[in-house]
Write a protein that binds this ligand. Sequence first.
Ligand SMILES: Nc1ncnc2c1ncn2[C@@H]1O[C@H](COP(=O)(O)OP(=O)(O)OP(=O)(O)O)[C@@H](O)[C@H]1O
Ligand SMILES: [Mg+2]
Length: 488
Amino acid sequence: MLHTLYARLSLALVGLFLVTGIVYTLITNSMTERHLQEITQHFNRDLAQRIVADRQLIIDGEMNEQALKSTFSAYMDINPSIEIYLLDRTGKILAFSADPGKVKRQHVDLAPIKAFLHGEGFPLLGDDPRSHERRKAFSVTPVPAGDMSDGYLYVVLRGEEYDTAEQAVQESYVLNLSASAVAFSLGFGLLTGLLLFHWLTRRLQRLSSVMSDFQQSDFTSHQPFSRKPSQEDEVDRLGSAFDEMALRIIDQWGQLKEQDQLRRELVAQVSHDLRTPLAVLHGYLETLNMEETDLNPERQQEYLAIALRQSDRLKQMVEDLFELAQLEARETQPVCEPMVIAELVQDVMQKFQLPAQRAGVELEWDQPEVQLFVQADFALTERVLNNLISNALDHSQAEGRIRIEIKQEASNALVIVSDDGKGIPVDDLPHIFDPFYRSQASGSHRGHAGLGLAIARRMVELQGGSISADNSPSGGAMFSFTLPLVSS
Ligand SMILES: Nc1ncnc2c1ncn2[C@@H]1O[C@H](COP(=O)(O)OP(=O)(O)OP(=O)(O)O)[C@@H](O)[C@H]1O
Ligand SMILES: [Mg+2]
């Protein structure tokens, strides 16, 4: 029942209204009481004095016992809401205007009487002789008047009779009506508050159901929490943050699945690629190892050469795989230093002169007009160039050309390696840098693992550059990579 925010808020609101109602009633009662006492005391400030004067209670400085008695009985009839007491100088009650059985105190505290006579602020509450603890508003005057007084005429205002009448009136129609008015206002406020809370928490409930729907779909589908951008509040912001988070989770979940799939394919590919040369190598070595072999020495030499080639291929493949794994795991860190990129390109080209000549391919080199200094790792950049040029050689026909250019592009040096081979099919272009990806159309070359470009890309990226592949307008493939220039 209390598992919704709305239920909790409602409970809190009901509690709050109840407490407010009780506190309001208590405060109003006590304030009204105090207010009435104050008014009564102000209004009857001189009552005691007037009684003494009007009823001629003092004659020649002496108390007129007769007049006192008639005063008591007269006031009990005329104004039963007041009670009159005659006190001596110490506050002891000498005579009073009530049934003797009702008077409980013998003494009245003198401190409030003195405060009254000194004119201190009202309301001043004095002892009510009819009760051991009650205190009431009063009026008092010394008798006889002046410093030589023997005692006081002490008048309790709103006495016991008044209280009885007040209690009777409390059950009256008017008071009931005002109590109902207070209850109605509180009830109305409560109802409005509950409706308001319902309206305010509705969107939170909707957000929570959007969230649980997402959870129930096993984090795979999400119905966005719609919102009004013009009146965005915390709930909307929470909703939009959740929308974003859910979409990202779905996206990353998809990526993870895809990567998992790729990884499986990769393992299958690696084992397949390693098995083929291993099987060939094993076959030839087995034949050579047979005891009664009738192979002549030339044949044996030939078989050994094949076995050696296969083992070279295996070695190369394992080395490439190891290198890529290291690059992916970021174990290889580039040591970048300023160098002239043209000098490195020239060195690498020299190395490829002989194989190019053998393949009948011409290596062309466009000297840059200005010397470009790049901030790069010498060995890594050499490896990138090696991979690109050897790919170009692999895909060039006899009498083909491989062209290398260096350009400046913003704050980078751009190195372009292009050939005039068959180029790369458009469908393959987005995947060409993936490990083990080999274009089917190039029909190429068995014995290549498809790791060269993946390695090249990681190496370029490690140095803060980027690499891309395209087909040149003349038809061949064109690879270009950037390296950051030394900032001057
Ligand atoms: N100059 C090029 N012209 C046409 N296709 C190319 C060229 N360079 C690369 N490719 C295509 O890109 C694929 C991936 O190249 P990559 O260098 O990664 O692998 P590989 O050369 O096949 O094998 P490895 O480099 O591991 O020996 C190649 O199989 C080929 O299909
Ligand atoms: Mg290659």
